[in-house]
Design a protein around this ligand. Structure first.
Ligand SMILES: NC(=O)c1ccc[n+]([C@@H]2O[C@H](COP(=O)([O-])OP(=O)(O)OC[C@H]3O[C@@H](n4cnc5c(N)ncnc54)[C@H](O)[C@@H]3O)[C@@H](O)[C@H]2O)c1
Length: 357
């Protein structure tokens, strides 16, 4: 059977969740690993069964391998552009972590280069593949709450004794906006929240306003400026609205297996309301999906809720799309639209004015 052969460029914190489905799916094979840190590259390769002659510290060596069909790019944001351009020039299909670039001009250049090279370009987004999110979307598509009118997203960042270990280096570049492009909560993680809004409301907003606070706080063992608290609000075409509230609570403890964070979503339609009650972690002891309509509350618990399932589903979707010749989700253009929105929110916070997209 034909297999999709994958090389990882960047094997840091998040790469193990990317590897899960490639290691399990019989139509894929993880064949090469590159990380500039040789210990990281070697230990990941050993864990994933990649032979030592397929482990690199220079990604050009990995791109030179004929047997690599697709690269997963999992590096700090300021490197996304150049690695994508080089991978396209080498004829590799590309799955690139969000946010795809530091600005829209870079994103356009990357889209043009991948089109010219005739390679698939996916911007990796997992939150829209989180099983409770997929269930909520299916309920909406079945007409259960009527036409969605508003979406409200809440993200609590905190601390946790059982969060996963984060290498200090993974936070150093995040606190440097020249490398990350913006704050860790509203720009970096916010990309996921803005993707959720795009997904549930079938398109991007046309106007955004944001207040983004700033405080010095520890994140993964490193102290830096966190973009909290923050409120971003926006307007979709046809009189529909959305908002994101982000807040870091230094003395709150969250139950989680990953980041010390949890998220909730509330979508109000013309005849009901749907809540997704959890995300990274578990703060509320209720069903992961709850729906209100016709004077009744319905709960849905028959789905996996571990955050890792969002990665597994996203990768599985991509492998299916690849073999069917269908477009990935997100496409480069969709990733660019969400980046443009995230940057507009940053601009609004800076200028104190709402920004039209
Ligand atoms: N989807 C999600 O929920 C999610 C969560 C976390 C991170 N991310 C994204 O994943 C990407 C990586 O984040 P992370 O948390 O794993 O960061 P990280 O710092 O833990 O990992 C990045 C790795 O890239 C390596 N690297 C740096 N320059 C390189 C180069 N030129 N060639 C090869 N390797 C290089 C580093 O040594 C490091 O091991 C970022 O784009 C981030 O936004 C997404």
């Amino acid at each position: 059977m034909d297999k999709l052969r994958v090389g990882f460029i960047g094997a840091g914190r998040i790469s193990d969740l990317h590897a899960i489905e490639y290691l399990k799916n019989e139509r894929a094979e993880l064949v090469a690993v590159c990380d500039t840190d040789p210990n990281t590259a070697q230990s990941r390769a050993a864990a994933w069964g990649v032979p030592s002659n397929r482990v690199f510290t220079n990604y050009q060596d990995l791109l030179a391998l004929k047997e690599v069909d697709l690269v997963e790019i999992l590096t700090p944001h300021h490197l996304h552009r150049q690695i994508t351009l080089d991978a396209a020039a080498a004829g590799k299909h590309i799955s690139l972590q969000k946010p795809m670039a530091l600005n829209v001009a870079e994103a356009d250049e990357m889209i043009a280069a991948t089109k010219k090279a005739g390679v698939i370009f996916k911007v990796f987004e997992n939150f829209i593949f989180y099983p409770p999110v997929m269930r909520a979307k299916a309920l909406i598509e079945a007409g259960e709450i009527g036409e969605p009118l508003t979406i409200r997203i809440k993200s609590n960042a905190a601390n946790s004794p059982n969060s996963w270990p984060i290498p200090r280096t993974a936070q150093t570049w995040r606190f440097d906006t020249a490398k990350s492009g913006g704050g860790p909560l509203v720009f970096d993680d916010g990309h996921h929240k803005f993707s959720l809004a795009w997904y549930f409301m079938d398109g991007i907003a046309d106007e955004v306003h944001a207040w983004i606070g700033s405080l010095e706080a520890p994140l993964g063992g490193e102290v830096g400026l966190i973009d909290s608290p923050a409120i971003v609000s926006w307007k979709f075409p046809r009189n529909r609205f959305g908002s994101l509230e982000v807040v870091y609570s230094p003395d709150m403890i969250v139950d989680t297996n990953h980041y010390a964070q949890d998220d909730r979503i509330e979508i109000t339609g013309t005849k009901g309301v749907i809540w997704v009650t959890r995300g990274h972690g578990k703060m509320m002891d209720v069903a992961p999906v709850v729906m209100y309509k016709d004077m009744k509350t319905f709960t849905f618990s028959d789905m996996p809720v571990g955050w890792e399932h969002s990665f597994i589903n996203s990768t599985r979707h991509f492998i299916d799309a690849y073999f069917k010749g269908e477009a990935p989700r997100l496409t480069g253009e969709q990733g660019r639209d969400i980046l443009r929105f995230a940057l507009a929110a940053q601009e609004s916070a800076r200028t104190g004015q709402s920004v039209r997209l």
